[in-house]
Ligand binder design. Structure first.
Ligand code: GDP
Length: 298
C-alpha cells in the first residue's frame, strides 16, 4: 500500500541524515522532493500546498531539541503533518444515546458499499452491538439479494421490502426499518442506499429523502480509494448534495498511490472512520491516522 510514496519519502528524508545543521536551502530542496512525491501519489494540489507550507514553516523555525538531530526533527514534523492531513485523532463512531442509532451509507455504485455494510455489521456485532442491515438500494436488481448474502455471512439480519409490499420506495423501507429496530431491539440500523455510476441529481435527492426520514447519527460516505484524487470531486458532490459526517475508504489493498486517502479529509473537512482492504468481511478496520502515517514513513 502506497509503496512508491513511502519509498520516496523515506529516501528524501534519509538524505538529510548526518547533516549537523539544516540550511534553508536544504529544507527547500527537501520540500521540493516531498512535493513531487505527493503529486505523483495523486494527492490533490491544495492538500500538497498546505502540507508543504506547514513543513517549511515548522522546519525552518524548528524547535531546538536536545533529543533529536536536525534530520530526525524533520522526520518528526513530516510524520505529525501526515497524521494531521489524515485526520489527527482516531474518530470513533457517533452513536445515539437512545438506540437505535442510524448509520446511512452513501456513495457511488461499485465503491464497495454493500460489502462494507456487511463488514461494518460484523464488526459492530463483535463490539457487542445488535445491528440490523437495511436494503434501501432498490435500483440495482441484485442489490437486495447481495445484501442478504452479505448479511448472512456477517450473521446479521437484513430488513428488506416484502415483494409486492411497497417495493420501490426506499424512503418507506428506511422508515419501516426504524420501527422494526425499535420493536425487535436492534441497537444500530445500517442503511445501504442506492449508488449510481456517476453523481446525479436523482441519486442525491433519494439519499437526502432517506436522510430526512431517518435522521442518521452518522452518514458515511463510502469511497473507492483506487479512484485517486478524482474521488475528491465525488466526495465534494456528496458533501454538497447530501452531506456526510465521515468517510470510509475501500479497496486500499488495490491503491498503490494514496491520493484519495491523503486528500479526502482536507478537501471535505470530514474524518476517515474506517478502512477496507480486501473483499473478505474481515478485511476491515478502524482507521487510525497515526498508524497510517507510520506505515507511510516506513
Ligand atoms: P456497491 O455497488 O457500492 O454496493 O459495491 P459492492 O459492495 O458491490 O463492491 C463492488 C466490488 O468491489 C465487489 O466486487 C467487491 O467484492 C469489491 N470490493 C469491495 N470492497 C473491497 C475492498 O476493500 N478491496 C477489494 N479489493 N475489493 C473490494
Amino acid at each position: 500500500m502506497f509503496d512508491t510514496l513511502s519509498d520516496r519519502l523515506t529516501s528524501v528524508l534519509k538524505n538529510l541524515r548526518g547533516k549537523g545543521r539544516l540550511s534553508d536551502a536544504d529544507i527547500d530542496a527537501t520540500c521540493r522532493e516531498i512535493r513531487i512525491a505527493l503529486l505523483e501519489a495523486d494527492v490533490a494540489l491544495p492538500v500538497v500546498r498546505a502540507f508543504i507550507a506547514q513543513i517549511k514553516e515548522r522546519a525552518k523555525g524548528a524547535e531546538v531539541s536536545q533529543a533529536l538531530n536536525p534530520a530526525q526533527q524533520v522526520v518528526k514534523i513530516v510524520d505529525e503533518e501526515l497524521v494531521g492531513i489524515l485526520g489527527g485523532e482516531t474518530r470513533r463512531l457517533n452513536l445515539a444515546k437512545n438506540p437505535p442509532s442510524v448509520i446511512l451509507l452513501a456513495g457511488l455504485q461499485g465503491a464497495g458499499k454493500t460489502t462494507l455494510a456487511g463488514k461494518l455489521a460484523k464488526w459492530l456485532r463483535g463490539q457487542g452491538h445488535t445491528p440490523l442491515l437495511v436494503a434501501c438500494d432498490l435500483q440495482r436488481p441484485n442489490a437486495v439479494t447481495q445484501l442478504q448474502v452479505v448479511g448472512e455471512r456477517a450473521g446479521v439480519p437484513v430488513f428488506a421490502p416484502e415483494p409486492g409490499n411497497g417495493v420501490g420506495d426506499p424512503v418507506e423501507v428506511a422508515r419501516q426499518s426504524i420501527a422494526e429496530a425499535e420493536r425487535s431491539q436492534y441497537d444500530i440500523v445500517l442503511v445501504d442506499t442506492a449508488g449510481r455510476l456517476g453523481v446525479d441529481e436523482e441519486l442525491m435527492r433519494q439519499a437526502s429523502n432517506i436522510r430526512d426520514a431517518v435522521t442518521p447519527d452518522e452518514i458515511l460516505f463510502v469511497l473507492d480509494a483506487m479512484v485517486g484524487q478524482d474521488a475528491v470531486n465525488t466526495a465534494e458532490a456528496f458533501r454538497d448534495g447530501v452531506g456526510f459526517t465521515g468517510v470510509v475508504l475501500t479497496k486500499l489493498d488495490g491503491d498503490a498511490r494514496g491520493g484519495a486517502a491523503l486528500s479526502v479529509r482536507h478537501v471535505t473537512g470530514q474524518p476517515i472512520l474506517f478502512a477496507s482492504n480486501g473483499e473478505k468481511l474481515e478485511d476491515f478496520d478502524v482507521f487510525h491516522p497515526d498508524r497510517m502515517a507510520s506505515r507511510i514513513l516506513g
